[in-house]
Write a protein that binds this ligand. Structure first.
Ligand SMILES: [Zn+2]
Length: 362
């Protein structure tokens, strides 16, 4: 079987489908992989799954040396760059930061998504208890939050097997979902069943006050978000209460910064920016105006717009603001300062021109 095989193409098709559904994948988030012989084909860092049928988004990585590096705690495993099969990677794509997460699953096909239904449950401090009856009958594990990359793959690896049998579903605390199987069809079906089992009632938020938002944004560096759904976090009381307290999952921090910036009553975008400048903080990527809606920084990336919508989509599925687990100050910091951050920032600058390329997600 090769990268041109029917199974490989089926994975590309599934990747494009999953990547086009904002309830499963936002921007460059999520990733898919297939093991063909000793080569792990994994989504490239910064590419979007939704483009899987339009451009080459897959990178070949030598699996055995990568797993060996992982086992001896070699930091080279993190970026997996040194295990890329160069002759099959003419575009010099870089493997996803989550390559090792895919590598530790023994199954041939692995799909990792930032499913909003899953995240809405995986951010609860008693997530495992809530998930247990919902995932009854699945061979699943709950993995408490770990920094994406090496830490996360180690955490998965440590609890993947029971009685020598690997799980094929992993719910990642404050992060998302991984499903694995021997064929693309199996994984596709499993993904649908798990998402169905985790489906939550969705509260419909009142309508955004677009006229007020337009008035607020006039003459400022801020504009309306790409998706009307992004406003819900400002309009639904529970969603606002949840967002107010901090960061819920890694891509939020990477694209929108730590936590959410909420305007005080009567504040304009400029006044919010000034208030934050007084505390040595940069102008926020997005500002939540309670009762009105959300405004986004004009220069922000498409990924930031996708993450603004994701925040609302997650929060309207959480029934109460109580017992929500937030990323700690250290966890926020490690996301913003880790090694790949320079690369990320470079791509972020490129994606400021709103091309749907760039920013790697986790
Ligand atoms: Zn992820």
């Amino acid at each position: 079987m090769s990268s041109g095989s029917a199974e490989f193409n089926a994975l590309l098709k599934l990747s494009a489908k999953v990547g086009s559904d904002p309830a499963l994948v936002q921007a460059a988030g999520g990733n898919t992989s297939i093991k063909l012989g000793d080569v792990l084909w994994i989504k490239a860092s910064g590419t979007w799954l939704m483009n899987a049928l339009k451009q080459n988004i897959m990178v070949p990585v030598q699996l055995s040396p990568l797993l060996e590096a992982l086992q001896r705690n070699d930091p080279a495993a993190e970026k997996a760059q040194s295990f890329v099969v160069a002759r099959q990677n003419p575009e010099k794509l870089r493997p996803s930061i989550e390559t090792t997460v895919h590598a530790v699953f023994p199954q041939r096909v692995v799909v990792h998504v930032h499913c909003v239904e899953t995240i809405a449950l995986a951010i609860k401090s008693n997530a495992k208890e809530i998930l247990t009856p919902l995932l009854n009958g699945f061979n699943w594990r709950f993995i408490p939050y770990a920094k994406p990359g090496l830490n996360l793959s180690r955490a998965i690896s440590a609890s993947l097997y029971q009685n020598n049998q690997p799980a094929d579903v992993a719910v990642l605390g404050n992060h998302g979902l991984v499903v694995a199987g021997e064929t693309v069809t199996q994984v596709s079906d499993l993904l649908s069943s798990v998402c169905q089992a985790l489906r939550q009632p969705v509260r419909s938020a009142p309508e955004a006050n677009v006229a007020k938002l337009q008035q607020l944004s006039e003459g400022s560096d801020y504009e309306l978000p790409a998706d009307i759904q992004s406003h819900a976090v400002a309009l639904d009381e529970t969603a606002l209460a949840i967002a107010r307290k901090g960061s819920l999952y890694p891509d939020h921090v990477i694209f929108l910064g730590e936590g959410s910036v909420i305007a005080q009553p009567g504040e304009t975008p400029d006044q919010v920016v000034q208030r934050l400048a007084g505390a040595n903080q940069p102008p926020p990527v997005s500002i939540v105006f309670p009762g009105h809606g959300v405004l986004m920084k004009k220069s922000c990336s498409k990924g930031a717009h996708a993450m603004a919508r994701c925040l609302s989509d997650v929060c309207v599925r959480v029934s109460e603001a109580r017992a929500v687990n937030y990323l700690t100050a250290e966890q926020n910091d490690e996301l913003l300062n880790w090694d790949a951050e320079q690369y990320r920032q470079k791509l972020n600058k490129q994606s400021n021109r709103k091309k749907p390329a760039g920013q790697p997600s986790v």
